[in-house]
Ligand binder design. Structure first.
Ligand code: URA
Length: 200
């Protein structure tokens, strides 16, 4: 069994948070084990909870379109969320839920070893760019320990706010060039807050 399949089993059995009682399915993530790019959203919604797959509702359709715009299919990348269980009524994930799920995300990163991590939305951004504001840093990249971190608005934001659609599309179109030129991007020192992200 692959390392990812083993991990999915553990995630499906996890009962650390109260919300595990109410889920239909856990949503560990999906995609290629050797993906170069890993997209990290917030938490599963109604559709994802039913299917056990990330980004399969309206936001996911837009994400598929964005991927197609750079010549990629979802099977060629890796897609997951900060939190692997749907928070009831789609409320925001609680800090404790994010903390409890962090070990899974860390292990996904260890297994996949992506060249680039794309954060989708505020919650995912906060893990890798603590203290930053999405309106300031979307579409910008930072390289640390040989991984390019790149912040984008959440695709669902375009469904609520039409003006963000163009911005999200433009930010997505920058990804191939960043990957192609990864070697030329200067490394930055991780801040103490960023380092603490990997302590579980
Ligand atoms: N929004 C997310 O952040 N993740 C999903 O999987 C679906 C919608």
């Amino acid at each position: 069994m692959s390392a990812l399949s083993e991990l999915y089993k553990e995630i499906e059995l996890c009962q650390k948070c109260e919300i595990a009682k109410y889920r239909t399915r856990a949503v560990p993530g999906e995609g290629a084990e050797d993906a170069e790019i890993m997209f990290i959203g917030e938490a599963p919604g109604w559709h994802e909870d039913k299917q056990g797959r990330p980004f399969v509702g309206p936001a996911g359709q837009f994400l598929d379109e964005l991927l197609a715009a750079i010549g990629l299919k979802r099977q060629q990348v890796y897609i997951t969320n900060v939190v692997k269980t749907r928070p009831p009524s789609n409320r925001d994930p609680l800090p404790m839920e994010i903390e409890n799920c962090r070990q899974w995300l860390n292990r996904q990163i260890e297994i996949i070893k992506p060249k680039m991590i794309v954060t989708l939305g505020r919650y995912s951004m906060a893990m890798f760019f603590p203290g930053k504001s999405i309106s300031k840093i979307h579409g910008t990249a930072q390289k640390r320990d040989d991984i390019i971190y790149y912040a984008m608005y959440h695709p669902a934001a375009a469904l609520h706010q039409q003006s963000l659609r163009r911005i999200i599309e433009e930010d997505m179109l920058k990804i191939p060039k960043l990957l192609a030129e990864a070697k030329n991007i200067a490394e930055v020192e991780p801040s103490p807050q960023q380092l603490s992200m990997f302590e579980v």
